[in-house]
Design a protein around this ligand. Structure first.
Ligand SMILES: [Zn+2]
Length: 57
């Protein structure tokens, strides 16, 4: 499954066996997201900003 990166519009790949809370990274810009997966299997990307790295704007 692939979702669109909010930062660059690239594709963020979600492994099929991903669990909710899994950290995934955009291969184009390197931004990391937390993959939130609900009971229906819908995946939502949440910016993993709390990791603490300063990625500037
Ligand atoms: Zn990206």
């Amino acid at each position: 499954m692939e979702l669109q990166c909010e930062q660059c519009g690239g594709q963020v790949k979600i492994p099929e066996d991903a669990v909710s809370g899994e950290i995934v990274a955009c291969k184009d810009c390197g931004v990391e997201y937390e993959a939130i997966i609900d009971k229906q299997g819908t995946v939502e990307l949440k910016s993993a900003e709390s990791v603490g790295e300063d990625w500037g704007e």
